[in-house]
Design a protein around this ligand. Structure first.
Ligand code: UD1
Ligand code: MG
Length: 475
């Protein structure tokens, strides 16, 4: 079995360069936190114990871990005395046999596949200490991998402790290590503060383990982007863009058309079936799922939305909603939490809906607000209808039956119910229930004051037009 016995994630750092009120590892990328991505990469390794070293912002990091990885143990490092110190603390009370994988909490692009390959090479070579390395175009700031004449790693030298010859090395320590548990414990106990930062460096255990006559290996990763760490907002943006490209590539490989992958942002947990088409400027976030043949965008944002087969959503923003098969949304509509559009339903242009169900084939085609309502099947809601759900203190429900025709510009003052097959007259303010099959008319009767414009607006262009049409001043 290649699974590591213990995984130690180092996440106690201050993240000073982020200049943020929240912990560096809690910043989101593609719908997960930075730490969340690391924990996801570690999860398939099925380690017996996962220990996360926390320090800065410990309460919020701990609460987040309880949420995303309840089985992970946290180890508190009160003072940041270096990566070696963090590992010493994490080892206390941990399993003492087998292997220990150590990685940093700020490398969100690392994949399980790369970790598994790294672990396999470690075991195949009967290594006691292996470090994952990468050749970086710009190695500045990283610990450099110094190899001996035979090509084996002899030491890791930090940028601050490096001379010019070492600084010229492009192969760097990615901060991912696999150790034989016993060898790590022995070496970690011997670490010293003898370096420019006066910290205990985990990197020094490599030379110590080698010095004890054991095998130490530097194992190169062939994709350096996986090993990029985040220390500031520019690196956050860089890693976010790499993650976007990675997710979009996977989505396209699975049979989805993305017209413009550079402006399409899909979160890691979104699921999209084949033959979906996504137009530019669209964001699919959270736990969104999209079934086959749906067309999304352009400029559409879906957060936690379930989209049925062959639905169309154009230039709209939808959150915590269900959009049925072959339903239509937009352009310029806003589906707020609790909206359900049944199959073939429509929320057309400039329509806002919240906490409402629109039945099969029912339509809200233009300029309407629907709140706290249940609408049956085959019903049409006329343009500019408002569901008046709020009396200033409480929200109330409206029920509209099947095959109803709500006239344009109706106000449905909740609580109110419109029976099956009923109508409302355009411009009505409906405050009482309308029984099935009836028409509710609730507006003043029209009165025409003949000749008014000719008398009161004499000489105006309207009066002139009226005269040409044969109107006279008489009442
Ligand atoms: C470290 C490595 C360096 C490597 C680089 C890769 C050391 C001495 N150097 O440098 O060789 O190239 O990572 O990114 O290890 N942390 C703690 N407690 C501490 C100090 C750090 O938990 O006392 C955590 C940090 O939160 C971070 C990780 O350990 O997640 C690495 O620490 P950081 O200070 O970023 O080390 P680097 O200078 O990047
Ligand atoms: Mg770092």
């Amino acid at each position: 079995m290649n699974n590591p016995d213990v995984v130690i994630v180092l996440a106690a750092g201050e993240g000073t360069r982020m200049k943020s009120a929240i912990s560096k590892v809690l910043h989101p990328i593609a719908g997960r936190t930075i730490l969340g991505h690391v924990m996801e990469a570690v999860r398939p390794l099925s380690a017996k114990e996962v220990r996360v070293v926390i320090g800065a912002h410990k309460d919020s990091v701990q609460a987040h871990l309880a949420d995303i990885s309840p089985s992970a143990l946290t180890v508190y490092q009160a003072e940041r005395n270096g990566t070696g110190h963090a590992v010493q603390l994490a080892l206390a009370g941990a399993t003492t046999t087998g292997t220990v994988l150590v990685l940093a909490g700020d490398t969100p692009l690392l994949t399980s596949t790369t970790l598994q390959e790294f672990i396999a090479v470690h075991h195949a070579n009967e290594s006691s200490a292996s470090v994952l390395t990468a050749d970086l175009p710009d190695p500045f700031g990283y610990g450099r991998i110094v190899r001996d004449e035979e090509g084996y790693i002899s030491a890791i030298v930090e940028e601050r402790d490096a001379d010019d010859e070492v600084k010229a090395i492009s192969e760097v320590n990615t901060g991912v290590y696999l150790f034989d548990n016993g060898a790590l414990r022995e070496a970690a106990a011997k670490l010293s503060h003898n370096n420019s930062q006066g910290e205990l460096y985990l990197t020094d255990v490599i030379a110590l383990i080698k010095g004890a006559g054991k095998v130490a290996l530097a194992i190169r990763s062939n994709d350096y982007t996986e090993t990029l760490g985040i220390n500031d907002r520019s690196q956050l943006a860089e890693c976010t863009a790499i993650m976007r490209d990675r997710i979009n590539d996977q989505v396209m490989k699975s049979g989805v058309t993305i017209i413009d992958p550079t402006t399409t942002w899909i979160d890691a947990d979104v699921q999209i079936a084949n033959d979906v088409v996504i137009y530019p400027g669209s964001v699919l976030a959270g736990k969104t799922t999209v079934e086959s043949g749906a067309v999304i965008g352009p400029r559409t944002s879906l957060t936690n939305v379930t989209v049925g087969a062959r639905a169309h959503i154009v230039e709209s923003t939808c959150t915590d909603s269900v959009i049925g098969a072959e339903a239509n949304v937009g352009p310029y509509s806003y589906l707020r939490p609790g909206t359900t559009l049944a199959a073939r339903a429509k929320a057309g242009a400039y329509v806002e809906i919240k906490n409402s169900t629109i039945g099969e084939g029912s339509k809200v085609p233009h300029l309407s607000y629907v709140g706290d309502a249940t609408i049956g099947r085959g019903t049409n809601i006329g343009a500019a209808t408002i569901f008046v759900n709020y009396d200033g203190v409480e929200k109330h429900q409206t029920i509209v039956g099947d095959e109803v025709r709500i006239g344009s510009d109706t106000m449905l003052v909740a609580p109110v119910a419109i029976g099956d097959g009923a109508y409302t007259a355009a411009g009505s303010i409906i405050t009482e229930d309308v029984p099935a099959g009836s028409i509710g008319v609730a507006r003043a009767k029209q009165r025409n004051v003949l000749g008014w414009v000719l008398r009161k607006r004499a000489g105006s262009s309207s009066a002139e037009a009226a005269k040409r049409a044969g109107a006279t001043e008489r009442e």
